[in-house]
Ligand binder design. Sequence first.
Ligand SMILES: [Zn+2]
Length: 253
Amino acid sequence: MLKVLLHEMSWTEAKEYFKYNDIAIIPVGSNEQHGPQNPLGTDHLIAEAIAQETAKRTKTLCLQVIPFGVSSHHKQLWGTIYISARTFKTYVKEVCLSLSYYGITKIVIVNGHGGNRCALVEMARELRERKVFATVFQWWEAANKLLPGLFKPEERGHAAAEETSVNLALHPQIVDMNKAVDEEPRKHALQATGITLPLDTVDYTFSGVFGKSTTASAEKGKKVFEVAVKELVEHVNSLKKAKIENLVQRSKV
Ligand SMILES: [Zn+2]
């Protein structure tokens, strides 16, 4: 059976893959509070599962998940491990550049944590300058678009029903639904239209849940997982076909 997980390959097997392929998948996430019912690893565990399943279905190399991300805004709730956006960007970028040494020019980052997004987009722009084309996939954005009626808006927040459902589908043994809560995020006194405030999770909620989490179900989580993997498989397959010269081309004007 063809191996797709880098850490399970020997160097000779990796060499075979790099000889014939120019694409790889890297899951990234965070280790941060997800309410009293979900594991701290929620974001990196979900990213890892989506990335590995996609890798198997498309026979694409998948790296180990990078578990720590840009999460300082969750730190007042215990167990959150956070690194700066700059450190995160540099770390992921250097992993990508290691791959480019072996001829990988197309990279799909499967991101499990919204707080990582800005750093990843900035990194992808920098990599393009180095002739590496990296794309960023976020499962909840895909689910929101492709399964609009599956959850109510208040079930789609951080640690709410949608995220909890995916956890229940993937690893129910580490979710404790007896501890699930519903909490409407508080409004800060300075909140106004067009204003961004540098707030932390504790400024909004006591439990760490943004919205309604008690309606989570494994069945709904499976639907989200399947739709995310399906969308990502299509993306990986079209990226495989694309020519790198066209992805990193310079202006023809
Ligand atoms: Zn999360």
